[in-house]
Design a protein around this ligand. Structure first.
Ligand SMILES: [Zn+2]
Length: 82
């Protein structure tokens, strides 16, 4: 199964996700060429949607994070009851 790593750029700290089989990644924030195995891994998941959501979450200022959680919870409820 394909896995994704949520990592932070070693230079600017920008959160981003990368397929776990990828070895290098250029940070979209500062153009730093990272070695994925050396990057700080925040989380590992096999769910692409979860990886995308977590990156979105990590990029938000703390004051806006609650709103995103509400959105996620609402979506989850929709899925559970459909
Ligand atoms: Zn960077």
């Amino acid at each position: 199964m394909k896995k994704y790593l949520i990592i932070r750029c070693a230079r600017c700290g920008l959160p981003q996700y990368v397929p776990s089989n990828q070895t290098t990644r250029k940070c979209p924030g500062c153009n730093y060429q990272m070695q994925v195995h050396k990057a700080l891994v925040v989380k590992e998941t096999d769910d692409l949607a979860a990886a995308q959501t977590l990156v979105k979450y990590l990029k938000l200022p703390e004051s806006q994070r609650d709103a995103l959680w509400d959105e996620i919870a609402a979506r989850k409820r929709e899925k559970d009851f459909s």
